[in-house]
Design a protein around this ligand. Structure first.
Ligand SMILES: CC(C)(COP(=O)(O)OP(=O)(O)OC[C@H]1O[C@@H](n2cnc3c(N)ncnc32)[C@H](O)[C@@H]1OP(=O)(O)O)[C@@H](O)C(=O)NCCC(=O)NCCS
Length: 199
């Protein structure tokens, strides 16, 4: 499961839908991600945490990726890149992986403006749910979206998430606190009793 620098992790779901693939981040993504974050800086500002200028540089992305690769190795998260026709087009992450009696995580994602509106996020979420429920053996994936982020809510609904409610003043982005809708999706193998997926 660990992504080592210089050794590309395997692609997921090869052939299930042409064009969109996921894999774990690797150190070699620093240049591509720095360029993509910089090109989408204004686009992502309403939805992403505030970032230092260094975050948009190759060195800043190397620092970020070091942390992600290490957290992945510890089993705390599954930090993915979204590839469209082999090019990095966004990020999708299973964060805060909890074991024990919860077996849950929450998912976050973004897709570059140039690729938006073509089903990329919906397909990426579909694929990362397989990672969560099958590979990681989790029982629940949770998600929060700003109440005004209708595109993201569609992506969740298309993937079988249901809205639980609204969390007030849940996230501080774009200069203020925002209410967020809280969504959940249970594993397809859930039967109300079984702790982990069969096999
Ligand atoms: C939200 C985001 C990930 C969607 O990515 P995407 O690849 O364009 O998503 P998809 O094409 O798979 O699906 C988008 C859906 O939202 C719908 N949609 C797009 N803009 C919309 C809007 N303003 N209002 C309502 N629905 C909208 C699309 O019609 C589509 O639904 P449909 O297929 O049922 O018609 C992308 O816009 C993004 O990265 N935004 C900035 C970061 C962000 O919001 N991240 C999520 C934080 S929770």
């Amino acid at each position: 499961m660990t992504a080592l620098a210089g050794q590309p992790p395997p692609l997921l779901d090869e052939g299930r839908r042409p064009g969109v693939r996921l894999r774990v981040v690797q150190m070699a993504d620093a240049e591509g991600l720095a360029a993509l974050y910089e090109a989408n800086r204004d686009y992502l500002r309403p939805w992403e945490p505030e970032r230092d200028d260094s975050y948009f540089t190759v060195d800043g992305q190397r620092d970020n990726l070091h942390g992600l690769v290490a957290a992945h190795a510890r089993g705390e998260m599954w930090p993915g890149v979204i590839l469209v026709d082999g090019q990095v087009a966004g990020r999708i992450t299973l964060n805060n992986v909890l074991r024990g009696p919860l077996r849950s995580c929450f998912v976050g994602y973004w897709v570059a403006r140039a690729h938006s509106g073509r089903g990329v996020a919906s397909e990426a979420l579909r694929q990362v749910l397989d990672v969560a429920f099958d590979d990681l053996g989790l029982h629940r994936v949770e998600a929060f979206t700003r109440v005004d982020n209708h595109a993201s809510q569609r992506v969740l609904e298309r993937n079988g998430f249901t809205a639980v409610g609204t969390s007030r003043r849940h996230i501080h982005v774009d200069g203020r606190w925002h209410d967020e809708r809280f969504f959940e999706r249970l594993a397809p193998w859930d039967d109300g009793v079984t702790l982990a997926p069969p096999g």
